[in-house]
Design a protein around this ligand. Structure first.
Ligand SMILES: NC(=O)c1ccc[n+]([C@@H]2O[C@H](COP(=O)([O-])OP(=O)(O)OC[C@H]3O[C@@H](n4cnc5c(N)ncnc54)[C@H](O)[C@@H]3O)[C@@H](O)[C@H]2O)c1
Length: 325
């Protein structure tokens, strides 16, 4: 097994655990997917190395994760990518798990986007991911160590919507890189998979939805209850648990795959409103929308028992985070 000292067990069976593992998470300073990954990795017993763009952004995150190590750097710069991986190893010993979370979005028709906008998305989401993976993989190969990479893709890698052509093509590239890396790293005992979140419910995303709709709560409720087959909001930590599984020994035969954390969104051809089938109506309606999870409180994330509907204005709020809508 992957340098795990003692396997976590339940009823005599091993359960996913990252005890004894050090996990490097890029772009770990937001309150979205990266925060959920950090939270789940820590809960699974993993040690965290957190990358952020600035010391100031890293400081509060390091406070939330005692014992974690921070490394400042821009993943899209080759020298930074090399340094992030090198520093992580120097400070923590062998780092055998990587989550390529850093990403930026863009909501702009491809025929209007500028070269700078295109380059920025591809520089961070594709080139940066490749640069960090390259440095990480070289280290593992040189040291003859097995390991695992999880790339953060998106539902846009499979299907997309107006204004997302460039972001979608970047995330499709992430899926391709995931498959190809898995083939090339397999002989070295290094696995590579991706998680592909749909709309992730975070405080930041709800706030930013205000830019595209007067009623973010209604948007979120409709998305949950009409667009998603499973009427449950995807929270950052849901992405985190998927990543933990893909990093853990329990997924030792899984590589080259993209795991959709989207409450079934990409499995659907038509939403509930368009089928008009009463059997596919929302199960329940009512109750206020829960507060978006606040990763700083360390408490349990709210479970979403709500329901309702929404025009599909913009799934995959990463672009919202960039304020580009
Ligand atoms: N939030 C969503 O709904 C959603 C949906 C699908 C996919 N995603 C993907 O999840 C990942 C995380 O995005 P998020 O929206 O959850 O935000 P997040 O809260 O995890 O923050 C993204 C982080 O990336 C960092 N970053 C940006 N450019 C960087 C660079 N050059 N070098 C290092 N760090 C950099 C930012 O500082 C930020 O900390 C992205 O890859 C995004 O495309 C998000």
């Amino acid at each position: 097994m992957l340098e795990t000292d003692t396997p976590a067990t339940a009823n005599g069976e091993e359960v996913p655990s990252l005890a004894g593992r050090t996990v490097l998470v890029t772009g770990a300073t937001g309150d979205g997917v990266g925060a959920g990954v950090c939270r789940a990795v820590q809960a699974a017993g993993g040690r965290l190395v957190l990358n952020g763009l600035t010391e100031a952004e890293l400081a509060p995150v390091l406070k939330r994760h005692p014992g974690a190590v921070g490394v400042v750097g821009d993943v899209s710069k080759p020298e930074d990518a090399e340094r992030i991986v090198r520093t992580a190893t120097e400070r923590c010993g062998p780092v055998t798990a990587l989550v390529n979370n850093a990403g930026v979005g863009l909501a702009e028709p491809f025929y209007r986007a500028s070269e700078e906008e295109f380059d920025r998305v591809f520089d961070v989401d594709v080139r940066g991911l490749w640069l960090v993976s390259r440095a990480f993989s070289r280290l593992l190969i040189d040291q003859g160590m097995p390991g695992a990479i999880v790339n953060v893709s998106s539902v846009h890698g499979r299907a997309t919507m107006d204004q997302y052509a460039i972001y979608a093509s970047a995330k499709s590239a992430v899926d391709g890189l995931t498959r190809g890396s898995a083939l090339e790293l397999g002989p070295y005992g290094v696995r590579c998979n991706a998680i592909a979140p749909g709309y992730v419910h975070s405080e930041q995303n709800v706030h930013l939805l205000g830019r595209i709709t007067d009623d973010p709560e209604a948007w979120v409720e409709r998305h949950r209850d009409v667009e998603q087959p499973l009427p449950r909001l995807v929270e950052p930590v849901d992405c985190g648990w998927a990543a933990v599984f893909l990093l853990s020994e329990q997924s030792r035969c899984v590589t080259g795959q993209t795991l959709y954390v989207d409450a079934g969104l990409t499995a659907r051809l038509y939403n509930r409103a368009s089928t008009g089938n009463p059997a596919s109506a929302p199960a329940t309606v009512g109750g206020p929308l829960p507060d978006a999870p606040d990763p700083s409180d360390g408490g349990p994330l709210p479970t979403s028992d709500l329901t309702a509907s929404t025009p599909l204005a913009a799934i995959g709020a990463p672009s919202l985070l960039e304020g580009s809508l």
